[in-house]
Design a protein around this ligand. Sequence first.
Ligand SMILES: [Zn+2]
Length: 459
Amino acid sequence: MKYLLYNGKTVTGEGVTEAAVLIEGEKIAEITPSDKLDEDFLSHYADARAIDLKGRFIFAGGIDAHVHFREPGMTHKADIGTESKAAVKGGITSFIDMPNTKPATVSAGTLAEKLALAEGRAFANYGFHLGATNGNFQEITEILESGKDGISKKDFGGIKVFMGSSTGNMLVDDEDTLRKIFGIKEKEILVHCEDEQTIRENLKAAEERFGEDIPFGMHPEIRSRRACILSSIKALETAVALGTRLHLLHVSTKEEAEMVRAAKLSSSNITAETSVNYLWFCDDDYERLGARMKCNPSIKSADDRKALRQALKDGIIDTIGSDHAPHLAEEKDRKYPVCPSGVPSIQHSLPVLLTIAAEEDIPLTRIASVLSEKTAEMFGIEDRGFLKEGYYADLVVVDMDSFQTVSSEDTDCKCGWSPYEGERLKGRITDVFVNGHHVIGDSEFISEIPCGQKLIFGK
Ligand SMILES: [Zn+2]
């Protein structure tokens, strides 16, 4: 199948160009600037299906390197099929899933199992991170050096380290192990930074004061900025000392953004992510949303949000993850101590980002960079993440003049709710291509065949 997308504007990290994109089979065959096209150019592409984009913007499809699709083990909340479908609807054409599933992805065997689960069921291209524990350093080394049970270093994204507990109990708190993991040079080391001791003390104090009826507005006091800062200082200092390719996940405070800014001056291997949730919400929203915005790290103040938006604009934030972490509505109805942390966000992360870009005057070239390009580069994803001839045709087309108001009816993930319900977002996703397949047209699914392929982390 051939498609010619014309009258559009391509957006890359380098610039915005009026151009036509020819898709042939799975790949981008040609990108031709509009001023190089002659008047009857359509006749030269008579064998292609021509789509007039009417001035809309074309980005390389989003690569979300921070999702929790809950499979295996928690498929009542979400699964690879349902969540990857919601992702594609939102213009995210590739995802890399985190290892805190059941069982956790901490060995060659569990990784192979997950890859098998995704095959033929994922609507977006799929990849997985490997988790570190206090006990699997040997396993990781073996996979990296010689491969194990058919799994090699090309088969996974980065190595996830929880320096602070979260869903799934994968805390790495053994100092010696932590330094060994930070010594790995072949892969990005992705860290969740929150100091466990500080959180425990804060939780105890809150329980003494409120019993089990802790208000959700206390979340940023319990999972406090101090917990984040303490843990991030440790991660950044160790990484700068050892030259670690450290990717600091879901930065949620102004101080951490400043620390990353400073650390980048000492090491070119330091990168940072924030999630759309920290860029959109702030502690004023707990009263309205309560449990529905409870995530780890906690969403903090309006001041932090402002600093994170600035860091995004300045290039201090390298990638945006959705940290899509769905739970059922009834699970979220529980009292604070037993209410799980995490929110579903993948379907609206791109429109949220585009809305923020408009509000903060962030150029679309920055958005292209954080949406796919930098992620592809950092994880060495082969032939994806860029609008380039010869690359896979993973594309998202956005009408920047349209707005959408999020409602639970158009929330496609399995849990069926979104903290963004009621928000008016700029940028309607009209068309999505995955591996050259026209999956979304006029904002609706036109093909229900899962055509995601396995990501290769080979570069
Ligand atoms: Zn996460």
